[in-house]
Design a protein around this ligand. Structure first.
Ligand SMILES: [Zn+2]
Length: 208
């Protein structure tokens, strides 16, 4: 296994990635647009509407490891019973993009440091909001994605009741399928099996 400069196992060549998939299909990063066709994507790191104000991805893509993607598909199915759906802001994020975020922001609470890496780099984390299925309109939640204010905390209570309810609906739907929330960010969820998957540093174009 190749390791990065901090001794972390890191998959950074397409050959190595394909080798891992040959060993286990669960290693595959699944294109969420194919698995969940009605999923709304708002991939902020492919735009300038993010913490750095510049696009960090050349194209918008949303990928998760197979069991994580399948869990997210189940969340979408359950939400549909309420007329709701998920909006994905970010999913798999290449390790080098996390390194760039950390270098710019220099805050471990906001960006995973290079010596730890992010669970997004493992294809096991997803940033999500809610939309109305029929209209695609965003459902009100406490803050915008990546708006790092006290209101982003999952237990922040000083909010209108309908917003608290929407946050609870999202949290409960995600938890029921094995996702664990990161308390500082109502939108961030890690799949409980994240430790089984290595950090990855491949662009979206290399995943196909
Ligand atoms: Zn996140």
């Amino acid at each position: 296994m190749a390791a990065n400069e901090f001794g972390l196992p890191l998959v950074s060549s397409p050959e190595h990635y394909q080798q891992r998939i040959a060993q286990s299909q669960e290693q595959e990063l699944v294109d969420l647009r194919e698995l969940i066709p009605d999923l709304v994507l708002d991939i902020r790191y492919a735009t300038s509407r993010n913490l750095l104000g510049v696009a960090l991805y050349p194209t918008a893509g949303a990928y998760l490891r197979r069991p994580v993607a399948e869990a997210l598909a189940r969340v979408q199915t359950v939400l549909a019973q309420r007329g709701l759906g998920l909006c994905v802001y970010d999913a798999y994020r290449p390790y080098s993009v996390s390194v760039r975020l950390y270098e710019q922001l220099q805050d471990e609470n906001v960006a995973a440091p290079p010596w730890r890496g992010s669970r997004h780099n493992r294809g096991c984390s997803v940033d999500v909001g809610l939309v109305e299925q029929a209209t695609g309109r965003h459902v009100p939640l406490p803050t915008d994605f990546d708006e790092l204010t006290p209101a982003a905390h999952i237990r922040f209570e000083n909010l209108p009741n309908h917003i608290l309810l929407n946050r609870t609906v999202l949290l409960a739907a995600m938890q029921a399928q094995g996702f664990v929330n990161y308390p500082n960010e109502w939108w961030h969820f890690d799949h409980y099996r994240w430790a089984e998957f290595d950090l990855l540093d491949l662009p979206f174009a290399a995943l196909r």
